[in-house]
Ligand binder design. Structure first.
Ligand code: SAM
Length: 274
């Protein structure tokens, strides 16, 4: 296991390039067609499950880090009655999410801001909970991002993470390139390492759950949609960086890695000491 120290950090320039690449990929409409509303395994059902562990009240203020097109933040405001800030590196995603908030009458309780998880644009201690789904493992400096989660949380506040998990030294070559990193795989960590990264930030893990089957279902969904889109939108897929020729091998390698326990999906709830 890699310790959560300086060795896990990329030089700043490489890190910024990676964030921009990731944000551009997840801003693409064709990626939205592939992934659906939620850009994570388990969809809104798993978001509801994670939220159930956050001890929210209708007075709570929640931060959704890497809020994508806003699905989770809007669900939290609508179904749990809380106020939510969403922050995402992609200005296009932020604008789209804010538009949806206005169109659904939720703009008074949900605000989206463009920003970096490693430098959150919020004061200390203002949130009761922080949510980060399928994104921590894409941040070049996960240690710094976890420190930021802790900084903006009030004492006793909770963080809910859901993310891809991996045994990095067992990943096959198909799952180690830039594309696999953007797909939340190449830099995914074992569950215990996420807990260690959170602990180093002062966040004690109080609950974990594995949801590996949700990842297999997401792969099935991507494969089915790719098969449709390759006939109607091959050029748009290529523009979004989807390598159609490589996709079957990547999907097969992902399925095999889930089956042998190399890859998975885990939910972690951690608490900042009161
Ligand atoms: C896999 S998507 C997950 C989106 C959302 N959490 C969901 O589950 O639907 C990853 C998101 O992370 C965002 N992102 C990548 N790097 C980021 C960073 N450093 N800070 C904030 N957002 C980032 C991308 O723009 C993208 O919207």
């Amino acid at each position: 296991m890699t310790a959560p120290d300086e060795s896990t950090r990329l030089p700043a320039a490489a890190g910024d390039e990676l964030k921009a690449c990731c944000a551009a990929a997840y801003s693409s409409d064709v990626v939205a067609l592939l992934l659906g509303d939620s850009y994570h395994p388990g969809g809104t059902a798993l978001t509801r499950r994670l939220t159930g562990h956050l001890a929210l009240t209708d007075a709570s203020r929640v931060l959704d880090v890497a809020s994508g097109r806003g699905t989770t933040a809007l669900l939290l405001a609508d179904a749990f009655g809380v106020c939510v800030d969403g922050v995402d590196y992609s200005p296009a995603n932020t604008a789209l999410a804010q538009g949806t908030a206005a169109a659904t009458g939720l703009a008074e309780r949900v605000t989206f801001t463009t920003g970096d998880a490693e430098h959150l644009p919020f004061p200390d201690g203002v949130f009761d909970a922080v949510v980060c789904e399928c994104a921590l493992c894409t941040f070049p400096d996960t240690v710094q991002a976890a420190a930021e989660f802790a900084r903006v949380l009030r004492p006793g506040g909770r963080v809910g993470i859901a993310d891809v998990t991996a045994a990095p030294d067992r990943l096959p070559p198909e799952l180690t390139g830039l594309g696999a990193r953007i797909a939340c795989i190449a830099d995914a960590r074992p569950p215990a390492e996420y807990a260690e990264i959170l602990a180093a930030a002062g966040l004690r893990t109080i609950h974990t759950e594995r949801h590996d089957a949700a990842m297999t279902r997401m792969i099935d969904q991507i494969e089915a949609r790719l098969n449709l889109l390759r006939m109607t939108a091959a050029a748009r897929l290529a523009d979004a960086g989807v390598d159609l020729a490589a996709a079957p091998a990547v999907l097969a390698a992902s399925r095999a890695a889930i089956a042998d326990g190399t890859l998975g999906y885990t939910l972690l709830i951690a608490e900042k000491s009161p």
